[in-house]
Design a protein around this ligand. Sequence first.
Ligand code: ATP
Length: 306
Amino acid sequence: TEEEHTAHGPKGRSYFESVGGNVEAKIALENALALDPRKRKALSKFGLAPPVGILLYGPPGCGKTLLAKAVAKLLKAPPSDSSAPSLGGTFISLSSSDIVRAEIGTSEKMVASTFEFADKNAPAVIFLDEFQALFTERSRGGSGKLSTTLLQCLDDIKRWQRVDNFVQENGNMANEQNNIDEQPSNRVIVLAATNTPWMIDSAFLRPGRFDRIVHVGLPKPNERESILRVHIGRMKVEGGADMMEKVCRKLAEATEGFSGADLEALCRSAAVRALMDIDEDPNHIELTERHFEKALGQDVHASSDA
Ligand code: ATP
């Protein structure tokens, strides 16, 4: 179950906690990226480095961006003398359609400087949203310079990391006793996201490029419950934790086909309803099960009208 499965960052902290559900994607990312430092170490003993590029695909609003941000957090250990939570690795989000729309000649520079920035600020995640947009007329046209630049950047990152790993491995020989969780990681991971994977040029999916593909799909009923728990947990429902659990369970059953973003919108809509009640009775401000039911009733009504 998801409760049993939580990715643990340094010192046992869970960094996937703001992402409800997406259980299969979380497991796939942890395994593919060897997020557990012990596994990474084992991998390097076999002379292997974890992959650099992963393609996330699935319908809009199902958590691709959230997962990418969570991976960035997982990359950096907190200072060993502090119990303060780590700020995590650098997260750089780049919309592929923005790159493609940039002035001719500047898009390649945008890509190259992003990769350089990530390398200087490693550990880092580069998140390439709307990845299929890189394969429009213009990016394909001419010599496909933009695609070539991106492929070159991916190869460079891999080369740099191999050098870093080597230095780290040897530099850390004397510190073999150190807690492995505290060792720095200079990784740069590129997570590309798309709703239309079939539009991706196969040149990008070859081994050593975006050769791992992770599906981030619509949540199952128990996953909807987890997502609702993330959002409703922040809202303070009247009746406390028991009531919150009840609301999450009931809503999860009634929201077949909802994405994470739809569920978040539903929770917002319930909050707006609670605010509207303030006009009637300013002394009585509370968010109750009824507000969620009303919000849901409206959503259902709206979609059956459409
Ligand atoms: P797009 O393809 O449109 O870019 P996406 O898959 O990247 O979508 P996100 O940006 O991660 O989707 O999700 C949008 C919002 O929906 C999030 O900010 C979050 O509030 C909510 N959401 C989506 N999935 C989840 C989830 N698994 N857990 C909690 N909240 C979620």
